[in-house]
Design a protein around this ligand. Sequence first.
Ligand SMILES: NC(=O)c1ccc[n+]([C@@H]2O[C@H](COP(=O)([O-])OP(=O)(O)OC[C@H]3O[C@@H](n4cnc5c(N)ncnc54)[C@H](OP(=O)(O)O)[C@@H]3O)[C@@H](O)[C@H]2O)c1
Length: 347
Amino acid sequence: MEALICRKLGDPTEPMSDSSAIFVSISHPPPLIRSPTDIRIRVIAASLNYANYLQILGKYQEKHPLPFIPGSDFSGVVESVGIGVRKFKIGDRVCASADFGAYAEMVVMDEKQLFRVPDGCDMVAAGGLPVAFGTSHVALVHRAQLKPGQVLLVLGAAGGVGISAVQIGKVCGAIVIAAARGIEKVNVLKSLGADHVVNLSEEGLSESVKEYLKSRGLKGVDVLYDPVGGKLMKESMKLLNWGAKILVIGFASGDIPVIPANIALVKNWTIHGLYWGSYWKHCPSVLKDSLNELLSWLQKGLISVNVSHRYSLSQANLAFNAIKERMAIGKVMLVLSGTPQSQQAKL
Ligand SMILES: NC(=O)c1ccc[n+]([C@@H]2O[C@H](COP(=O)([O-])OP(=O)(O)OC[C@H]3O[C@@H](n4cnc5c(N)ncnc54)[C@H](OP(=O)(O)O)[C@@H]3O)[C@@H](O)[C@H]2O)c1
């Protein structure tokens, strides 16, 4: 089968060659069904997250022995099933999040890790949902318990997790303030229902947010969703209400911020560190309920997965470049070329 291989740690945006960090193998052995409840899936679309980029660079918290096939969340069609599989049959449309291995024509996973993609849902969208929307849903709904009328500030709002936080915030009935760079991102965020969008290429975060809050008679921000860190997080702290919740999601800026404990004490802030992937090990029922709810929201049209860039496996370096250069508005996806015609029609 065709698969993207990471043979050494390095920059995945470099053109693929005999010495590049990543390359496409056209004759990689397909993964085998090893346990009775294993299912082999033919991948339709696999998502690129910032974490996948960091993993190949060797800068992610979890490391895999080399060589490995990168890729986490994906969608696809059940191709074969183990003898003990009860929930799925050949031809079912599914999505999931693997530890690694999704940038390939075939993936094998246990049936309990798979989610059925509801009828009518676009398969490329479904492949981009688990990590980004899953993270924001667990953060905002399960951890921060975001309430209607509360003010949510989303940093990095046009990125993969950010754009999902904006939409989930609106589903929860919050007043959503989004921060992103550039008019194109601003327009998409407005079209998704953000109440106020700060264009960081043109205005400062705190001035713009303060002016908006004042115009609406609001005191401050109740929930801060932060996948960026650095200076933006520092500036955001000045906008937080008494009793605010801070969701520490990631550090796309490369700068890990310091949240002073004395200010957290005086202002009664709650700081939530959130690592979505670790819920699989420690509290899988939360993730399962969360993803099932998100897929039902996708089917009802309450949320949508904005896919700004689609590439083939052999263009993976360009896909990683879209992430590196902050071009993504929502998701960057790898759409697999080997998808049979009959399944292409259902995309
Ligand atoms: N905790 C978890 O479980 C979890 C799950 C998923 C992701 N994450 C983390 O969340 C962060 C974002 O992930 P993602 O997949 O949403 O990434 P993404 O799609 O690349 O979005 C990142 C956003 O951050 C903003 N940004 C600000 N400064 C940046 C910089 N110096 N370099 C790059 N981007 C910068 C960019 O927006 P502008 O250009 O508009 O400023 C960009 O849209 C990553 O750190 C990732 O590891 C954590």
